[in-house]
Design a protein around this ligand. Structure first.
Ligand code: M6R
Length: 610
């Protein structure tokens, strides 16, 4: 949610700022802007729209300066416009601020600043920060930012530069929004997220909640917002700059769909062997006795990660015989969940920065529950906050629609369920070994599925004019139905709903007519016959059935209007394979309908505000 970048060093700032903004565009794309400092003073440029709009506004006359900040916005307060774009400046346009987050007390602050004679130019909550820093400017920039930060309520990551202190960039963070400092050669870089730094830095310092940093070309000093010094070792960046490129694919989403077999293999590697040995996950931070002592599990997540959690519920209950509640993180944290040390709270989050998931995780931890993060970003807030962390190793995911992170999460919840089942003695070792082998097999089956990508484009062509779609599944396929529908909505803007197929008769069947395509996940397994009956019920009401079924399933082929063949793997591993055709269908429909699939309207990849 909004991307911040900053530069101080020996080079011109603009090339890094623009590259960094492009790399962070998945965080928001409503407007963009930048500010630099040079011998002539502060220069600010901004434009509503995507970063391309800012670049064309800059043209050949790019501001000079070896110190600068930049921002790409996901609008919260104030519509996307030039005025509401960041950076925001003080009354005299001598200092500039970029902000990610929400300032909850912006109204009283604004009123007080207006009463003091400050002049506002935007409708944003963020502009108050520039005027607050201005009101304390006599103390010097670091102290002015520290005092201003103390007056703000809500979540913020900010970066500020000022003519009066022309050799430094001051950054601060509180209440969520991430910031990392990249360490380059004779230069320091600031960013909301590591992708902005790829190719420019090999190491980062993570700024933690409640900390600030003063960056000069060769020196970063980190303190708490109360002024206490902080010593922190840099950590290495796990990705190379290739990871942030499309590498010949038309979209990041398609590239990431094709990276899934590798993402799953990487997540399984060293944790379970292809010949079906026991699962080993020392990173859980809990031994057999502790795992055996658990009484309940709560999985908290948002969006696609919540669907992975639902799959996890089915698996943990089956293998480890532990009751599992799956919670939408934004609901969990604001009710009165019953939390104790017999509960393991598992936060599932690709980014590790989703505000609601972090809030739920912290709440659980503070109230005595054990915590685990299933997370894709090394060093992210969730990874640092949780008692244990099981990393998915999907690599950098840039497309706003989660694909490879989802299937890597599925692999991770499979591993967790197997590990819990082993430790608690509830899992038949023969079943455990079979599931482990099936997981590795599923990575090969995914490869086969990817070869059918073009066929999926043809299927998509049949439904490009549809207004609504339904997705049905039973058992492990039910969360997949939800995920298929979510993917379609966000990428193609076609309305879609996922249902447990058994629920159809309780209401949704009324929607079926000859204009309602129904995607039915009808793979072989324990629910096969019941699902076949549900498909017949749809057909009897003139519905159009697109069945995901085994290629050699003649009955399914006869029943369905369109059959999407899915390689046959054992039931427990099917979600990993069946996710792919659902993603590809959504992708092709999005492209056919002319949607911007990597940056769907109104969305951003990391939701760091509530
Ligand atoms: O980074 P997280 O996994 O915590 O993100 C959660 C959701 O915002 C995310 O899965 C979202 O639903 C995706 N856009 C779905 O494709």
């Amino acid at each position: 949610m909004c991307g911040i970048v900053g530069y101080v060093g020996h080079r011109e700032a603009i090339p890094f700022l623009l590259t960094g903004l492009r790399r962070l565009e998945y965080r928001g794309y409503d407007s963009a802007g930048l500010a630099t400092l040079n011998g002539k003073g502060l220069e600010v440029r901004k434009a509503a729209g995507k970063i391309a709009a800012l670049e064309s506004r800059l043209g050949d006359r790019r501001p000079e300066g070896r110190l600068g900040i930049a921002h790409t916005r996901w609008a919260t307060h104030g519509r996307p416009s030039d005025d509401n774009a960041h950076p925001h400046t003080d009354c005299g346009a001598r200092l500039a601020v970029v902000h990610n987050g929400i300032i909850e007390n912006h109204r009283p602050l604004r009123d007080a600043l207006l009463a003091q004679g400050h002049r506002f130019r935007s409708q944003t909550d963020s502009e108050v920060i520039a005027h607050l820093v201005e009101s304390h400017a006599a103390r010097g920039l670091p102290a002015a930012v520290r005092v201003a930060a103390g007056e703000l309520r809500g979540a913020f990551a900010i970066a500020c530069i000022a003519e009066a202190d022309p050799a430094m960039l001051v950054a601060a963070r509180s209440g969520g929004s991430p910031l990392v400092i990249g360490i380059g050669e004779g230069e320091l870089l600031l960013a909301s997220d590591i992708p902005a730094l790829l190719g420019s830095a090999r190491e980062v310092l993570v700024l933690e909640d409640g900390e600030m940093a003063v960056l000069k070309a060769c020196e970063a000093s980190v303190t708490t917002l109360r002024g206490e010094p902080v010593r922190r070792r840099p950590m290495s960046i796990p990705w190379d700059s290739e990871a942030a490129e499309k590498n010949g694919y038309p979209h990041f989403m398609l590239k990431e769909i094709f990276e899934q077999p590798e993402a799953v293999r990487n997540t399984l590697r060293e944790r379970v062997s292809p010949d079906g040995g026991p699962v080993s996950i020392p990173e859980l931070g809990m031994d057999d006795a502790e795992l055996a002592g658990l009484r309940r599990v709560a999985m908290v997540a948002c969006g696609t990660s919540w669907h992975a959690a639902l799959v996890g519920k089915y698996l943990v209950e089956a293998f480890a015989r532990l009751p599992v509640d799956v919670e939408i993180a934004s609901e969990f944290r604001y009710r009165e969940p019953v939390l104790d040390s017999g509960l393991l709270t598992v936060a599932i989050t690709q980014s590790g920065e989703t505000a609601d998931t972090l809030g739920a995780l912290r709440e659980a931890r503070q109230r005595g529950a054990r915590t685990l993060a299933i997370c894709n970003v090394v060093g992210s807030s969730a990874a640092r906050d949780a008692g244990g962390v099981l990393y998915t190793r999907a690599g950098l995911e840039i497309g706003v629609a989660s694909t490879k992170a989802f299937t890597a999460q599925l692999a991770a919840v499979e591993l967790l369920a197997l590990r819990l089942g082993q430790a608690r003695g509830t899992l038949d070792p023969a079943l455990g070994a079979a599931v482990a082998r099936a997981l590795w097999e599923s990575a090969d089956a995914m490869q086969t599925q990817l070869r059918r990508c073009e066929e999926l484009r043809e299927v998509a062509g049949l439904f490009a004019e549809s207004r609504d779609l339904l997705y049905l599944g039973r058992g492990l396929h039910y969360p997949l139905a939800l995920e298929g529908a979510l993917k379609l909505k966000e990428i193609s803007y076609i309305h879609a709903e996922g249902y447990a197929a058994g629920e159809m008769k309780h209401g949704p069947l009324a929607l079926i007519d000859d204009r309602m395509p129904v995607v039915a996940i009808a793979l072989r397994g324990p629910h096969y016959e019941k699902m076949a009956a549900n498909i017949e019920e749809v057909k009897a009401r003139e519905g159009i059935v697109i069945a995901l079924a085994a290629g050699d399933d003649a009955e399914a082929r006869a029943r369905a209007d369109v059959l999407i063949p899915v390689p046959d793997v054992p039931y427990w591993a099917q979600p990993l394979v069946a996710a792919l055709p659902l993603q590809m269908l959504a992708y092709h429909l999005g492209v056919l309908r002319g949607c911007h699939v990597d940056q769907p309207r109104n969305l951003a990849k990391s939701v760091t505000v509530e």
